[in-house]
Design a protein around this ligand. Structure first.
Ligand code: ADP
Ligand code: MG
Length: 479
C-alpha cells in the first residue's frame, strides 16, 4: 500500500541465516535442532577461560558459495572480531563476529515483484558470526528465567543489503529470492518457523529524490508476512510523526503481530558501543584463489541461469518460477528432458498431474513413486501418438499405484491408441449410421452436435481412438 502525503519507503534488510554445518562455528558441539537444553554446549560454547576456538571450514565454504552465487568479492583475508556486550545467554561477554573485514563484500540479487520490471538489489556484505544462546522467561515460576546454550556458537551468515528496497512487496520478493538461493546452495534450511532464517528490517521514509532520513530497525522478524506487515506499519508511523512536525529517532523496535504495531525495544547502539577488536585467538581467514576455484567446481547451476535456459524452451513465466523455486524440481525436470521428454509437455505433466498427486498424498517430489525417467516415458508415449492425453491420465494413475513403466501398463491393459485408418473409419461410419437424427440436425446447421459423434466413437473404442484422426474422418463423412 502506498504511503500518504507522497512519501516513499527506504528499506534495507539484515538477514541471519543459520549455516547447515553439523557442528558449531568454533567448536565440535552438534547443531542438531530440538535437543534437550544445554546438552549441546561444550567448554568453548560456555566460554570457559583458556578455551581456544577452532574455525569450522564448512562454514567458510558456505560463505564462499554464497559470495560466488551473488557475484560478490571473496575477501582474501577476512578477520574475526569480538563484539562486546553482556547478556545472560552470552557467557563469554562477547560474540565472535566479523567487522571491517567480512568474508564477502558486495554482490547483488535480482528480484521481481509480479507485474513490475525486475530490479537489482545491491548487497553490502556477508559476514560469519556465532549465534548467542537462548533465554527462556515463561517456562517455570514467575521471576525465574532459564538459559539454554545449545544455540550458542551456531554458525550464522549475516547478509546485509543496501537500502535499495522501496516497498514491502520488494522486501518480500528479496527474502524469497534469498531463501531459495540459500536452499539451492544447500547452505541453510531457510526454515523461518524454526528460526534458522531471520530478518531485521531497517526502514525510513522520505519524499522521492530527498536524501535518506533516520531509520528504525525492527528486530527478529520470522516470517515473510511479518516482514511485510511490520515495514508497512513502521513506515506509516514515521510518516505520521513527520506530518505532525516531529522527528524520528534512530532506535531498535519490535513487531507485535497481535496488535499490528512496532514498539520501542531500545535506542539504537552504535558500532563503537561494542568495542570491536580483532579476536586474538583467531588468525585472519586466508582464502586462496585455488580454494575458491575448488568451491566453484561444486556449485550447482544457479536458478537465474536455469530460468533463462527454460525461457528459451518456451516455458511460461509461472512454470519457470515454480521450476526454479527448488533445486529438486529443476533436477527432476532436467532428468525428464534428458530422458527425451518434450519440454512443455514434461513441465505440464510434472507440475500438473504429478504435483497434484504428490500434494494429495502429502509427500515431496523426492518421495515420488514415479521417477523422472518413468514420467518422461509416459510423455513420450503421448508425443509419439501411442496414447491420447486422456488415456495417459489412466496410465499415470496406474503408475502412481504400481510404480511400473508407462509402456508396460499400456501393453498390459491394451490401451494403445488406435491409429489404424481402416478401424477408425469403420468406427466413424458406425457412429454416423447409428445416429440419423443427429446427422439431420448437423446438416441443418447445428454444429455443436458434432461432438456427439466424436463421443460415440470414443465410447466404442474405449477412449483409444486417435482424436485428431477421428475428427478429420467424421468431418469428411458429414460433409
Ligand atoms: P547496523 O549494523 O548498525 O545495523 P549497518 O550499516 O550494517 O548498521 O546497516 C544496517 C542496514 O540499514 C543496512 O541493510 C542498510 O541498507 C540499512 N540502512 C542504512 N541507512 C538506511 C536508511 N536511511 N533507511 C533505511 N535503511 C537504511
Ligand atoms: Mg543492524
Amino acid at each position: 500500500m502506498a504511503l500518504p502525503h507522497g512519501y516513499e519507503m527506504v528499506i534495507g534488510l539484515e538477514v541471519h541465516a543459520q549455516v547447515t554445518t553439523k557442528s558449531k562455528l568454533f567448536s565440535g558441539s552438534s547443531t542438531a535442532f530440538g535437543a534437550e537444553p544445554n546438552t549441546q554446549a561444550n567448554e568453548i560454547d560456555l566460554g570457559m577461560p583458556g578455551m581456544l576456538p577452532v574455525l569450522n571450514a564448512g562454514a567458510v565454504e558456505a560463505g564462499i558459495k554464497l559470495g560466488l552465487a551473488i557475484g560478490a568479492a571473496i575477501n582474501p583475508a577476512s578477520v574475526f572480531a569480538r563484539k562486546n556486550y553482556y547478556y545472560p545467554d552470552l557467557p563469554k561477554g562477547y560474540q565472535i563476529s566479523q567487522y571491517d573485514e567480512p568474508i564477502v563484500k558486495g554482490g547483488q540479487l535480482e528480484i521481481q515483484v509480479e507485474g513490475q520490471p525486475a530490479r537489482t538489489i545491491a548487497i553490502t556484505r556477508m559476514h560469519l558470526e556465532e549465534d548467542a544462546g537462548k533465554s527462556i522467561h515463561d517456562l517455570g515460576p514467575v521471576n525465574v528465567s532459564y538459559v539454554d546454550l545449545n544455540r550458542a556458537g551456531v554458525p550464522l551468515m549475516e547478509i546485509v543489503s543496501e537500502p535499495d528496497l522501496r516497498t514491502p512487496e520488494e522486501a518480500g520478493a528479496y527474502m524469497k529470492k534469498l531463501r531459495t538461493l540459500l536452499r539451492w546452495l544447500g547452505i541453510c534450511d531457510g526454515d523461518m518457523e524454526k528460526g534458522n532464517l531471520r530478518c531485521d528490517a531497517n526502514i525510513s521514509v522520505r519524499k522521492p529524490g530527498e536524501p535518506f532520513r533516520t531509520r528504525c530497525e525492527i528486530k527478529n522478524l520470522n516470517s515473510i508476512r511479518h516482514i511485510m506487515h511490520a515495514i508497512q506499519h513502521e513506515a506509516e508511523r514515521q510518516v505520521e510523526i513527520y506530518e505532525k512536525g516531529g522527528t524520528v529517532s534512530q532506535e531498535t523496535r519490535l513487531w507485535d503481530p497481535d496488535n499490528e504495531e512496532t514498539r520501542t525495544l531500545r535506542s539504537k547502539e552504535d558500532a563503537h558501543d561494542y568495542r570491536y577488536f580483532p579476536d586474538p585467538d583467531l588468525l585472519p581467514v586466508r582464502i586462496e584463489p585455488a580454494r575458491i576455484a575448488r568451491v566453484q567446481a561444486t556449485m550447482p547451476t544457479l536458478p537465474d541461469v536455469l530460468a533463462q535456459e527454460f525461457a528459451a524452451l518456451g516455458l511460461s513465466h509461472e512454470d519457470i518460477t515454480l521450476l526454479t523455486s527448488d533445486i529438486t524440481y529443476a533436477a527432476y525436470f532436467n532428468q525428464m528432458r534428458a530422458a527425451g521428454a518434450e519440454s512443455k509437455l514434461a513441465a505440464n505433466w510434472m507440475m500438473g498431474e504429478l504435483f497434484g498427486a504428490l500434494n494429495k498424498r502429502e509427500i515431496s517430489l523426492e518421495q515420488s513413486p514415479v521417477s523422472a525417467a518413468q514420467l518422461a516415458g509416459l510423455v513420450k508415449l503421448i508425443t509419439e501418438g501411442t496414447i491420447s492425453g486422456k488415456i495417459a491420465k489412466q496410465v499415470f494413475a496406474e503408475m502412481l499405484e504400481k510404480g511400473s513403466e508407462a509402456a508396460a501398463i499400456v501393453a498390459a491393459l491394451g490401451l494403445t491408441q488406435i491409429s489404424d485408418e481402416g478401424a477408425l473409419r469403420a468406427a466413424c461410419e458406425k457412429a454416423v449410421a447409428a445416429n440419423p437424427d443427429a446427422v439431420a440436425k448437423f446438416k441443418g446447421g447445428n454444429e455443436r452436435i458434432f461432438g456427439s459423434f466424436v463421443g460415440y466413437v470414443m465410447k466404442e473404442t474405449k477412449g483409444q481412438a486417435n482424436p485428431e484422426r477421428v475428427n478429420a474422418i467424421l468431418k469428411e463423412l458429414l460433409a
